[in-house]
Design a protein around this ligand. Structure first.
Ligand SMILES: [Zn+2]
Length: 250
């Protein structure tokens, strides 16, 4: 990757910024080996997420969906945060307001130390009772019942605490993400193509409100032309280098 050259204007805007939002997608976890859940999964390799990650699939065959999530949880638990997650967590203490909004369900931002975190699509690290909403740790739920969803004290079934295809994003979480994007001074988009809603909406919102927009993605996206600064490297290299420059600016 080329060294990052910040213009004096961008350096000044980074120095003066009070509110920063980091918006992350699948690309941030690629170097943790979680680029795809369709990879080498033996039995599960031929399964399509669109067919299993739905409320209909869970109703029709809860055991099958549960086992698939147990496998996915295993791949996530075996993965580690990469330098991109670590750099994103390290910047949190530099800004009075700093929010990570992620589309990922792998929990790696949290494990890297990010605290102010909005998980738009939920998390695979938690299970939730579909009847009463009681939550528990996913690893414990799988250990207790690896073959089928364990039952809650209320008699309901536990399911992964993720947003499935066809389900609405959690309203309160999305409202907070919307508010953060609309009021931030710096909006950093990492590892998302930006084409899937609500990614596009949040980027447009932040840019329209005058935030400094930085994009990290190996490939150009529909939003690259709006970027004040665009880094074309992989997240694990580009984000730590950017974080160094932001630290120098503060
Ligand atoms: Zn319950």
């Amino acid at each position: 990757m080329e060294p990052i050259e910040l213009t004096p204007e961008i350096r000044e805007r980074l120095r003066a910024a009070a509110r920063m939002v980091v918006f992350s997608g699948a690309g941030v976890s690629r170097e943790s080996g979680l680029n795809t859940f369709r990879g080498a999964g033996g039995l599960w390799e031929r399964m399509r997420p669109e067919e299993l990650a739905t409320p209909e699939a869970f109703r029709a065959d809860p055991a099958k969906v549960w086992q698939w999530y147990a496998w996915r949880y295993g791949t996530v638990a075996a993965a580690s945060p990469n330098p991109a997650h670590v750099a994103i967590a390290r910047l949190e203490s530099l800004f009075p307001s700093y929010i990570v909004v992620t589309q990922n369900v792998d929990g790696l931002h949290q494990r890297a130390g990010s605290r102010n975190l909005l998980e738009l699509h939920g998390t695979i690290t938690r299970a939730v009772c579909e009847r009463c909403g009681r939550g528990r740790e996913m690893g414990e739920a799988i250990a207790e019942s690896p073959e089928r969803p364990p039952l809650c004290v209320c008699g309901g079934r536990f399911r992964p605490a993720v947003v499935w295809f066809g389900e609405a994003l959690p309203e309160e979480v999305f409202a907070q993400a919307h508010e953060a994007a609309a009021t931030c001074d710096v909006f950093l988009s990492v590892g998302t193509s930006g084409t899937v809603w609500p990614a596009a909406g949040l980027i447009e919102l932040a840019h329209g409100a005058g935030a400094l927009f930085i994009e990290v993605n190996p490939e150009p996206t529909p939003f690259s032309r709006l970027a004040d600064l665009r880094l074309a490297g992989p997240a694990g290299e580009a984000v730590p280098a950017l974080a160094d420059e932001i630290e120098r600016s503060r």
